[in-house]
Ligand binder design. Structure first.
Ligand code: SAH
Ligand code: SF4
Length: 411
């Protein structure tokens, strides 16, 4: 069972109160602005142009290297400037509605972002997966999804809205807060700030939503995450997963430069039209053509093809053969994902033996084909299980799900 922090309990809620500065919540956040916008915003609030341009680099450091969420400790900024910033902007974190820690160390957070004048507050899920050599944060790009992939839980939740750049980035910021991953927060001013030994070493845009249907916001957030003088994640440690929004794939390589993952899941259009309905708009041939032309793709920078293992649907050795054939000539990795069930899902996960023979076949044909070990299933944090608020699990459903998961035999 997950170790759950129940935030209906007042004591625990107040233990996290530092995460949220309710009074400041409606002020515009500086998080998610690029340097030019930050300077503009400061100028608009009365800071002189010279001062604004000069101070942006320092502010950037406080926010992204040190992880500070208030202006009062930014001691090298000068008292007046700090007061102006305090009055006009916020760095407040979203409310943490829930934080669950799974038995395997996976963490899942449910964040609530304020409405900022548009609709209702929204709830977003973010998942942290620690492994021996890395720690991966799975970030959401939308609340819900416009697409309706039939094996995906998120696909059953209508799109509520796109996340803003601030909200995309904030998932990384708060995960780092909670994991103690801003260790230099209290280092003296001017001290050398190490970037080694981080908890969050990789991020993947594989949470709720289709990132390429929220391209501009995701791009802005990822460019800030990859900024060498701030959060400093290398482009090779940032992966964007898409169901196949072909027109934006090239732009991703060109303008973001991160790694690409494609949710393939089928080797022919007939089946892919059902599993990943965007295929009716951009079919397999078109998708693979975009992959071949992905800027920067090479054997050292391969594209990941995700393939969910659905019992009796796409898991035969014939499928494996076709998969290998269709990816010829593309520098590729194949990621086999055991299907994660959710209440009401119409598929079953392939038998473990079948997944292994499928993987063996692919291996024998020259592809490294890691099978993604199911993580965090005990708290519904696994791929494709993310879904927020509108239909929370009832206890009965949850028990039914756990029974199903046990039936699959964890590895
Ligand atoms: N919308 C993007 C990114 C989010 S989904 C996309 O589709 O690529 C992240 C990955 O989880 C995708 O490869 C998706 O196909 C996979 N996925 C979705 N539901 C799943 C499920 N129930 N079991 C296993 N993988 C799933
Ligand atoms: Fe949306 Fe991706 Fe789920 Fe498809 S798999 S419904 S694109 S989140």
């Amino acid at each position: 069972m997950p170790v759950s922090i129940d935030l209906t309990d007042e004591t625990q809620r107040s233990a996290l109160a530092g995460q949220m500065n309710a009074a400041a919540v409606e002020l515009p956040s500086l998080i998610g602005m690029d340097r030019a916008e930050m300077a503009e915003a400061m100028i608009a609030s009365g800071v002189t142009e010279k001062q604004a341009r000069m101070r942006v680099a320092q502010l950037w450091q406080w926010i992204y290297v040190r992880g500070h969420d208030s202006f009062d400790r930014m001691t090298n900024l000068g008292k007046d400037l700090r007061a102006t910033l305090e009055k006009n902007f916020t760095l407040a974190r979203p409310e943490i509605v829930e934080e669950q820690i799974s038995t395997d160390g996976t963490r899942k957070w449910l964040f609530r972002f304020p409405s900022r004048g548009a609709g209702k507050p929204v709830e977003v899920e973010t998942v942290y997966i620690p492994e021996e050599d890395r720690g991966t944060l799975c970030i959401s790009s939308q609340v819900g999804c416009t697409l309706t992939c039939t094996f995906c839980h998120t696909g059953t939740q209508k799109l509520v809205r796109n996340l803003t750049p601030e909200e995309v980035l904030m998932q990384l910021m708060v995960a780092r807060d909670r994991l103690g991953d801003f260790p230099d927060k209290d280092a003296p001013q001017g001290a050398f700030v190490p970037t080694e030994g981080r908890r969050v070493t990789n991020i993947v845009m594989m949470g709720m939503g289709e990132p390429l249907y929220n391209f501009e916001h995701v791009k802005k957030a990822l460019l800030i995450a990859q900024d060498g003088d701030g959060l400093a994640l290398s482009k090779r440690r940032v992966t964007l997963s898409t169901s196949g929004v072909v027109p934006n794939i090239y732009r991703t390589g060109e303008e973001i430069g991160c790694m690409l993952a494609i949710s393939l899941h089928a080797t022919n259009n007939e089946l892919r039209d059902v599993l990943v309905p965007i295929n009716k708009k951009h079919n397999i041939a078109e998708l693979l053509e975009a992959c071949r032309n992905y800027p920067g793709v090479s054997n050292a920078r391969r594209i990941t093809f995700e393939y969910v293992m659905l019992k009796g649907v796409n898991d035969s050795l014939q499928d494996a053969k076709e998969l290998v054939q269709m990816l010829k000539g593309i520098p590729a990795k194949i990621n086999l994902i055991p299907f994660n069930p959710w209440p009401g899902s119409q598929y079953e996960c392939s038998e473990w033996d079948q997944i292994e023979s499928f993987a063996d076949f692919i291996n024998a044909n020259g592809y490294a084909s890691p099978i993604r070990t199911p993580r965090g299933r005990d708290n519904l944090a696994a791929c494709g299980q993310l879904k927020s608020e509108s239909e929370r699990l009832r206890v009965k459903e949850r028990l039914a799900l756990e029974a199903m998961v046990v039936g699959h035999g964890e590895t």
